[in-house]
Design a protein around this ligand. Structure first.
Ligand SMILES: Cc1ncc(COP(=O)(O)O)c(C=O)c1O
Length: 444
């Protein structure tokens, strides 16, 4: 994509603008006004005419008027909305015991062991939290004590969460300023003029390390979302993180894999996105799909790193790893295994990508199609200039809504369609989605 459009803040993509409610039905206008009155400036709603959702099942959601929507957006209910096994596990545990994590409890301990079995042997400790932001905040602090450094490297449109510390490594959240002085940003991993993806990403990270050092800042770590979601989804070729992992370690830093988006089978090549790249991170962070909607997160790391951190700082998380969360998390892992969702993500994802490639050959407005498993990005471009077409992307998102399909955008300019359905998405669902996309592009 040629770079000429204005960059977009991640929370502004497909965002409702409260100043534009003309033409709204009276009841919707009133609901929106009430919402804005309570939540104020922090309120974020999707679509210029927000939707009131009341029910969901599998890959479908239903609004207050009974309209059905195919969900091609949501990765929180990753194994399917309201999965009966998760609902049952939550209800059963809530009726038996729910409390903080300072008592022995078999459900919690069994879950921690089961989760850790999914990681490389060296990552044998886990801290359970409530959100991805908390997980990344803790990961940064562990990386700092473990490395003795302060500096972090992130991609230029990364989003890693909402705490004060994590906002500094989330350039896509910063509206009015650049990240803090201990942060360096690098372009997302794409091939550049005759240079491979792996080499160009490695060169950018090396340069960022040199720049930190030149300013007297020692590296604490490189933190990457291993599918680069908010940067616009960069998955291929598998293995492109190998060189940066070595470079970061040589500089004394930690490799932190943020698995909040790609984790729990989404990329189709294993449970974790970092596995596609053949690297073992020092720290892995988890969130969103971990409880299929029940709020939970976690940090998996090496015992020596966690010990070092805990010697310096006490850490306690009241709700992290509570028994209901553990029951939900356990049900998620079991369903992924029993319903073979990793294979499904791989097979249906490959089919979806194939359909999109076919559309790309017909419609010159579709630029690159990238992704792995059921996380695919499609760039929309102005065929004359090759530059990102944000207007067209927004048009598609809104037309899809009319047609009963939920979809969103990502990337520096907000011109990449972010295709990330629950993992129970079927080939038929993929046909419906791409068929609708074709019809929208033909009608434009
Ligand atoms: C890659 C990534 N990391 C971390 C987070 C933060 O997670 P949470 O909103 O649960 O705090 C997000 C949220 O969108 C994310 O996309």
């Amino acid at each position: 994509m040629k770079m000429s459009a204005a960059t977009k803040e991640i929370l502004d993509l497909n965002r409702f603008d409260a100043r534009r409610t003309e033409g709204f039905p009276a009841d919707l206008a009133e609901r929106v006004a009430r919402r804005e009155a309570s939540f104020g400036a922090s309120s974020v709603l999707f679509y210029q005419q927000p939707i009131e959702m009341v029910r969901a099942e599998g890959a479908y959601m239903y609004d207050v008027h009974g309209k059905q929507y195919l969900d091609v957006y949501n990765n929180v209910p990753s194994i399917g909305h309201c999965h009966p096994r998760v609902v049952e596990a939550i209800a059963r545990q809530a009726s038996e015991l729910n409390v903080h994590s300072r008592y022995l409890n078999r459900v919690v301990e069994d879950y921690a062991e089961k989760l850790l079995e999914t990681f490389p042997d060296v990552l044998s400790n886990v801290v359970l939290t409530c959100t991805g932001s908390e997980s990344n905040d803790l990961a940064m602090r562990i990386a700092r004590t473990g490395s003795g450094g302060d500096g972090f490297i992130v991609t230029e449109s990364a989003y890693h969460g909402n705490t004060a510390l994590v906002t500094e490594i989330s350039p896509s959240s910063l509206r009015m300023r650049r990240p803090a002085s201990f942060v360096r940003t690098v372009p997302p991993p794409a091939a550049r003029a005759g240079v491979s993806v792996e080499d160009s990403f490695a060169a950018s990270v090396e340069e960022a390390i040199r720049d930190l050092q030149a300013n007297g800042i020692k590296l604490a770590g490189l933190i990457v979302d291993t599918i680069f979601s908010s940067d616009g989804i960069y998955a291929d070729p598998p293995g492109f993180l190998r060189s940066v992992a070595e470079i970061v370690r040589r500089a004394g830093g930690m490799l932190i894999a943020d698995e909040v988006q790609p984790g729990f089978g989404r990329t189709g090549g294993g449970l974790w996105g970092f596995m596609r790249h053949g690297v073992t991170p020092d720290i892995v962070t988890m969130g969103k799909p971990m409880g299929n909607g029940f709020p939970m997160g976690g940090v998996a790391t090496r015992p020596d790193l966690l010990k070092h951190f805990c010697q310096e700082t006490g850490y306690f998380n009241t709700f992290g790893g509570n028994p209901v969360a553990a029951a939900a998390g356990r049900a998620v892992l079991d369903v992924i295994e029993d319903e073979k969702l990793i294979e499904r993500s791989s097979v249906v994802g490959a089919y979806l990508k194939q359909l999109l490639e076919r559309s790309r050959n017909i419609h010159s407005q579709i630029g690159e199609v990238r992704g792995a498993g059921l996380f695919v990005g499609a760039d929309f471009i102005d065929p004359h200039t090759g530059g990102p077409d944000v207007g067209l992307t927004t048009h598609i998102i809104n037309e899809m809504k009319q047609a009963g399909i939920l979809i969103g955008a990502a990337g520096k300019f907000g011109a990449t369609l972010k295709i990330r359905p629950p993992l129970c998405f079927s080939k038929d669902d993929a046909d419906v989605f791409v068929g609708t996309l074709d019809a929208i592009l033909i009608a434009r």
